[in-house]
Design a protein around this ligand. Structure first.
Ligand code: ASP
Ligand code: MG
Length: 448
C-alpha cells in the first residue's frame, strides 16, 4: 500500500484531475490511498465568503459553485451531480446563517472550510470510477481521524493511530481505491475540525504511518526540494535525498516542502516521503527518509538558504566577568516585548542575536542599557547551510575560504542544535553573491 497526496493546484480543474487520474492509474498495483486538498484556492475562497457573510451580511459562492459545477460537467459526472449540488446547498445555508447572526466561531469556520475537501474527493472519486477504477470518496472523520477541539488548529488524538488502519485496511483488502479528504477530522463531540492551513500533508503522512504504507508520495507543483532558492541561484537543482530533520529545517526557512508537523508521523515509523511534481512526472523528486537510509547517498551539503532584512543585535555586559543571570535577563527583556529571536551566539560577557522583523527596539535598548552596551545593526542576512554536520569542519573550512575569497566578512556564526544547520550572518547586500559562490563550490563540483 502507498499513500498519494495531491495538493490544491494538482486538482485545480478538470484537466488537472484527468492528469492526476493518469498518475494514479500507473501505480494501481501498489494499492494507493489518495488524499486530496480542496480544488485550487477553494479554501481561501471559502474564507472570503465567510468574511463577506460576517461583515456585510452577503452570501456569495458564485466562484466556488462555478469551479465545482464546471468540473462535474467537463468530466461528465452526472452520477455525482446531485451530491455536489447538495453540499453546495448546505454551504449556502451555512453562509446564510452566518450572514444572519453575524457571528463566526472557530467551530463554524472549520465546518465551513471543510466543504472544500468534501467537494473535491467526491468529484475525484466519481471521475476515477467513471474511467474504470474502483474508487470511493471518504471523509477523513469516517476513517478514524479523531482530533481535539482546538478548532482551526486541531491535533489528532492518539486513538487515530489504531482507528485509521482499522477503517482503511479492510477497504484496501476489498480492492477499493479510497479517495480521502485531507485537512479535516472530527472531535469527540462530533464537530468537524481542521488541522491548520496546509494540513492535508499531515492527513496523508498520518494515514501512511498508521497503516504502515511502503511510502507516501506528495504531489506538488515543484520538482521537490531545491538546493537553493531558484530566484537567487539560477542553477539550483532538486535535492534527491534529505533526512526528516533536514527537511524540517528547510521548511522553517520557507522551502516548498511539507510542513514540519506533517513530517512527525513518518519520522516515528520511518516511512519514506517522496515529493514529486505533478506537472513534471519524469523529474525524480525528493526523497525524505531516515538518516540511516539517506546517509550513503549524502554529499556534505544538501541545500543553502538565506533569510534577508535581518537585524543583528550585539549586547556586551557592563558587569564583571562571572556574573550569573546575564543571559536570562537579556532574553527576558526581549520576551517581555514579544520580540522573537532567531539566531544566538554567546561568549562569557557578550551575546549576539538576530531578529527577522523590523521591531521598534527603543524600549529594549533602554532597559538593556542598565546592564550592557547594546548595538543594533540592520541590513543583515542569515545564510544557512543544511547538511551533514558530522562533516562540519569540511563545510566550515570551505565556507570561510569562499567568504575570504569574496572579501565578505562573516559577522556571527551559529551551529544549530539540530545538528543539520550551520548559519552565519553577512551584509544583506553580499548575501546573494555568497550563496551563489557556495552553491557553485558545493554543488557544481558534484557534476564533474
Ligand atoms: N485546503 C487546505 C489549505 O488550503 C489544506 C491543504 O491544502 O493542505 O490550507
Ligand atoms: Mg491548499
Amino acid at each position: 500500500m502507498i499513500v498519494m497526496k495531491f495538493g490544491g493546484s494538482s486538482v485545480a480543474d478538470a484537466s488537472r484531475l484527468r492528469h492526476v487520474a493518469g498518475i494514479v492509474k500507473s501505480q494501481l498495483t501498489k494499492k494507493p490511498v489518495l488524499v486530496l486538498s480542496a480544488m485550487g484556492d477553494t479554501t481561501d475562497h471559502l474564507l472570503e465568503a465567510a468574511n463577506l457573510a460576517l461583515k456585510q451580511g452577503k452570501v456569495d459562492i458564485k466562484n466556488i459553485e462555478k469551479l465545482h459545477q464546471d468540473t462535474v460537467k467537463a468530466l461528465k459526472l452526472s452520477s455525482a451531480q446531485k451530491e455536489i449540488a447538495g453540499l453546495l446547498d448546505e454551504l449556502t445555508r451555512l453562509l446564510s446563517g452566518i450572514a444572519l447572526i453575524r457571528e463566526l466561531t472557530p467551530r463554524t469556520k472549520d465546518y465551513l472550510v471543510s466543504f472544500g475537501e468534501r467537494l473535491s474527493v467526491r468529484i475525484a472519486a466519481a471521475y476515477l470510477k467513471s474511467i474504470g477504477m474502483n474508487s470511493r470518496a471518504f471523509d477523513a472523520f469516517d476513517l478514524g481521524f479523531v482530533s481535539n477541539s482546538n478548532y482551526t488548529q486541531a491535533e489528532l488524538l492518539k486513538e487515530s493511530w489504531d482507528l485509521i488502519p482499522e477503517k482503511i485496511l479492510p477497504q484496501i483488502k476489498g480492492n477499493v481505491l479510497p479517495v480521502v479528504t485531507g485537512f479535516i477530522a472530527k472531535d469527540e463531540k462530533g464537530s468537524i475540525t481542521t488541522l491548520g492551513r496546509g494540513g492535508s500533508d499531515l492527513s496523508a503522512t498520518m494515514i501512511a504511518a498508521a497503516c504502515k504504507a511502503e511510502e507516501i508520495q506528495v504531489w506538488k507543483d515543484v520538482d521537490g526540494i531545491l538546493t537553493a532558492d531558484p530566484r537567487i541561484v539560477k542553477n539550483a537543482r532538486p535535492v534527491q535525498h534529505v533526512t526528516y530533520e533536514e527537511a524540517a529545517e528547510l521548511a522553517y526557512f520557507g522551502a516548498q516542502v511539507l510542513h514540519p508537523r506533517a513530517m512527525l508521523p513518518c519520522m516515528k515509523t520511518g516511512t519514506p516521503v517522496l515529493v514529486k511534481n505533478s506537472y513534471n512526472i519524469e523529474a525524480p523528486g525528493t526523497r525524505i527518509e531516515s538518516a540511516s537510509a539517506s546517509a550513503k547517498k549524502s554529499p556534505p551539503v544538501r541545500a543553502i538558504t538565506s533569510k534577508h532584512k535581518v537585524t543583528l543585535v550585539d549586547i556586551v555586559s557592563t558587569r564583571m566577568l562571572g556574573q550569573y543571570g546575564f543571559l536570562a535577563e537579556v532574553f527576558s527583556v526581549f520576551a517581555k516585548h514579544s520580540i522573537s529571536i532567531d539566531m544566538v551566539a554567546t561568549s562569557e560577557v557578550s551575546v549576539s542575536l538576530t531578529l527577522d522583523t523590523a521591531y521598534d527596539l527603543a524600549e529594549v535598548k533602554k532597559e538593556l542599557s542598565k546592564i550592557a552596551h547594546i548595538e543594533v545593526k540592520t541590513g543583515k542576512a542569515i545564510v544557512t547551510i543544511i547538511g551533514n554536520v558530522k562533516r562540519s569542519s569540511e563545510i566550515l573550512s570551505r565556507t570561510f575560504r569562499i567568504c575570504q575569497l569574496l572579501g565578505v566578512p562573516v559577522q556571527m556564526i551559529s551551529q544549530g542544535a539540530s545538528k543539520v544547520n550551520i548559519s552565519f550572518i553577512v551584509n544583506d547586500t553580499e548575501a546573494a553573491e555568497t550563496v551563489n559562490a557556495l552553491h557553485m563550490d558545493f554543488f557544481d563540483s558534484l557534476d564533474k
